[in-house]
Every structure is written in C-alpha cells, then in structure tokens.
Design a binder for this molecule. Structure first.
Ligand SMILES: *Cc1c(COP(=O)(O)O)cnc(C)c1O
Ligand code: SF4
Length: 465
C-alpha cells in the first residue's frame, strides 16, 4: 500500500495545508553582485553594462527564488518578471543614461560619480504626491511623527524601520528613493510606542496599514511588537490590520517552513481569533507570480490563519499592459481565494517614462479585462491614481453635449465629502496623471481644488510654526 508510506503521507499533508516545507535560505543579489547572477552571463556585454549604469541610479535587488522560479530566461528581455526586477536601459532618460555611462566608462572617481547620481535622482521626483509634508501628522506640540502617515480619516499608515527594504525591488517602485540610502527621504520609525500613542488618541481610525518597503522583511518578533499590543481593549476601534507586502510573490518561503514562518502564521491566527480583521494586501503585477508551487502554498498558509488576502498592483508598460494578463491574474486570484482590490496607475516618479500607460489606454485595458471575468473578480477598482488630493479613479470616457470627457471619481479623498462624486475632465489620449487633466464645461478648476488649496496652506503654516 504505497500511499501509506510516511513520505506519501507527508507529501499529501504538505499539499493540503501548505505547511511542512523545509526552511529555505534567503539568497539576495544587489548591484555589486550583478556578475554573480549566473543567467546574466549569457547576455551581451553591452546589455550588462546598461544594467550597471541604470542600477547606479535606481535601486536593484533580486533573490534566488525570483531568478530561478519566476523569470523565464528563454524570453529575455521581454519576460515580465525580468522587466519587473532587472534594470533596463530605457528606465533612464537618454541624457541621464549617457551622463552616468560616460562617467563609468571614463573610470570617474567615487565623489564625481556620487555627485552626478545624486543630481539625476533629484530630477526623478523622488517624493511624489507631497508625502513628506501633507501626510505626516504632528503631535500636540507640533513635532512631526516620523513613520506615521494619516491622510484618510479612517486609515493610518505605519512604516516600521525594520521593514524599509523588500525581498526584491520592483524597477518601477515609487518608494525607490528610500532604497538608495537617502536618509532624508526615509519616513520610517522604530517607535512602536509612538504608533500606539497616536492610535489610542484617534478613535476615528478603524484601519491600520503596516507598510514599507515590505513589513514581511521584518523578523516576526518585530512584527509582533507592533501588532500584538493592539489586542488590548484600548484599541478596540482598530478593526482592521492590513499588512502591505510583496512577499507572497517575491519570497513565499517567508510563510513556509522554519520557526520564523510558523511564528508568523501563529501571530496572524491569534490576531484573527482575537476579533481583528487581518488583511494581507498582496502586491501582484502578473499571473506568473501565482504560478509556482511555493506561491500557492504560501497563499494557503496565510488563508489557513483566517486572514484575508487582497490583491493590488499598478498597470505598467512592458509588464502587464494587456487585458488578457489582467483577466488571467484576477481569475487565478479568485480561484486561490484572493480578493482583487485595486488596479493602480503608475506614479509620477523614478522610471515613470518607461512604464507609463496613458489614462485613456489604462481604462480600456481595465474595461476589456473586467469584461472577461465573473462578478467575483469585479471587486477590483481602477485604474486609480494615488494623487495628493486622493485616490482618483478613471470611471470611463464618454461624450456629453458633443464634448469627449473622462468621467472621474474619488475612491478616497483628503476630504471624505469628495468621495464618490462624479466629475469630468477634458478627454486627452496622452494624459497620464491627474495634474495633466483639465476641467471641462467652462469650469476654471476641479470642484475639490479650492478646499485642497486651503488644506495645503494650513499644512504649510503648521510646518512653519
Ligand atoms: C490607499 C491608501 C489608503 C487606504 O485606502 P483604502 O481606500 O481604505 O484602501 C490609506 N492611506 C493612503 C495614503 C493610501 O494611499
Ligand atoms: S515590493 Fe513594493 S515597496 Fe518593495 S520595491 Fe516593490 S513596489 Fe516597492
């Protein structure tokens, strides 16, 4: 009876529960290690030089799992996960690329190279959407609370300092500036007590969103120190704990095998049993990220805790600007028990030019994708711009009184009253962001602009005090 051998039973149980995986060592590669990534050696020297140039400016980090299991090395450079993680020449503007390439070719010294790199970075809008000043709360004495952002009434974002890196870096990441070591741009804290004090003073907050980088990079005991105190009755108003992560894609072994993983699974289970809604906000860009045994086992392990997994990710040229890719991604997510949540428009920072998809085309892709899936996958909203005034969704393109317009709405707003009011902008098939849109029907500005201006002035005044 071969199926009753211990190995067969073990195999069966690991398939059923996603547990019983051996602990895997995490092996990471950064710019210094480009030459040690075996499959890159097969690429032309010119391509490898381009990667070196681009990764001098933009952060680069990849791990063995991504290299071995997510990238199809027979399909380079088109492979979407290769585009997602490896630097490509087009990610820098030609002038920026040439400037850095020239210095490297000429063997420039470190000081000269660093200075040029800093200048190029400063031209890439390192802190989009006013994050530094507009979202950072101040305490009663006016001191800035680093590591906390409170933009929308009911949700607080928290950036623990131990989670300010990721298991691999996305080439399009809007947080890239934090990863290149510019301390002035870091928005993290190691202060659990500052978070807890802030939350207990703000009963209107229902959701805590722990973000990064990737909080799943943290040791479980650090995550525990931030989350476990929230089980105290003083935090009953915090109904939902969200953890934003790409670990289910970039390092599913975070959830599989070994004590770090099993203690994490225990922690999530305990939070759920204590009555919190725990949501893992998983970042996915392509269905290939769901298509490995480890990825699926990790999803099963998280779901076995009672935590929900919700999926979000940006629409990107070279990676997923195709309705068939999104339809398949959402269908696979639903099948695996993941709720599709947001499709984002790529932000105006870093390698934006390379990845940009104009709003009109983004909407077409969204619509063509959502038409192919059942109602259970139509929980995803988008395409949505996380702009400074709020999350603005492109609902569609239509014609009103002979004028072609975008129909827009706030999914989230700095002012709760802005949410769900349809508003219009003149149609423009090249516009890629809210600030490139113009009001229509004779209006001088969008309905929210006077209030938004007043809010900005208030923040400036508070900062100057
Ligand atoms: C998206 C986002 C949130 C969460 O908004 P939900 O609509 O509740 O998902 C909170 N804070 C910021 C800054 C965000 O961008
Ligand atoms: S996982 Fe998220 S924070 Fe990390 S590099 Fe990718 S987009 Fe940026």
């Amino acid at each position: 009876m071969p199926q009753h051998t211990p190995q067969a039973l073990k195999r069966w149980s690991s398939q059923a529960s996603g547990e019983d995986h051996a602990e895997r060592p995490f092996k990471v590669f950064t710019q210094r290690d480009l030459d040690r990534i075996a499959p890159l050696r097969a690429l032309p020297a010119a391509t490898r030089f381009e990667m070196q140039v681009v990764s001098t400016v933009l952060p680069f980090r990849v791990n063995q799992y991504v290299i071995d299991e997510l990238i199809d090395w027979r399909n380079i450079p088109a492979d979407p996960i290769f585009q997602l993680t490896f630097p490509q020449r087009g990610m820098l503007a030609p002038a920026h690329f040439e400037r850095i390439a020239e210095l490297i070719r000429g063997g420039a010294d470190k000081t000269a190279l660093d200075a040029a790199v800093a200048e190029v970075r400063a031209e890439l809008n390192p802190h989009p959407a006013d994050q530094m000043e507009m979202n950072m709360p101040r305490d009663a004495d006016g001191a800035r609370l680093d590591g906390i952002q409170h933009k929308y009434r009911e949700t607080v974002l928290f950036f623990p300092s131990q989670g300010q890196t990721c298991h691999a870096y996305c080439t399009f990441c809007f947080r890239w500036a934090q990863f290149v070591g510019d301390k002035a741009l870091r928005i993290a804290t190691s202060e659990a007590s500052a978070l807890h004090t802030y939350l207990s003073a703000h009963p209107e907050v229902t959701d805590l969103l722990v973000t990064g980088g990737d909080p799943m990079v943290m040791k479980t005991r650090h995550l525990k120190a931030y989350l476990e105190p929230l089980l105290d009755p003083a935090f009953d108003h915090i109904q939902t704990l969200r953890i934003g992560t790409k670990a289910l894609s970039f390092w599913p072994h975070r959830f599989l095998g070994g004590t770090e993983a099993s203690e994490l699974i225990d922690l999530l289970t305990r939070m759920v049993r204590a009555g919190k809604h725990v949501a893992v906000m998983a970042h996915y860009n392509h269905w290939k990220e769901l298509d490995t045994e480890a990825a699926r086992a990790a999803i099963r392990a998280v779901r076995s805790t009672g935590a929900q997994i919700r999926a979000q990710g940006p629409l990107l040229a070279h990676i997923n600007d195709d309705p068939a890719v999104w339809a398949k991604l959402w269908q696979m997510q639903v099948r695996l028990g993941i709720v599709p949540y947001y499709m984002f428009v790529e932000r105006d920072t870093g390698a934006r030019g390379y990845f940009e998809v104009p709003l009109a085309r983004a909407w077409t892709i969204y619509r063509q994708a959502i038409q192919q899936v059942s109602g259970l996958a139509r929980t995803v909203r988008g395409p949505s711009m996380s702009a400074s005034p709020g999350k603005v969704e492109v609902q569609g393109v239509t014609e009103i009184n002979g004028e072609q317009v975008f129909v827009l709405r706030f999914l989230q707003g700095r002012h709760p009253d802005w949410v769900q009011r349809p508003f219009f902008a003149r149609y423009d098939d090249t516009a890629g962001w809210l600030d490139q849109l113009e009001p229509t029907f004779g209006a001088a500005e969008f309905f929210f602009e006077p209030e938004y201006r007043a809010m900005r002035q208030q923040r400036r005044a508070a900062a100057a005090r």
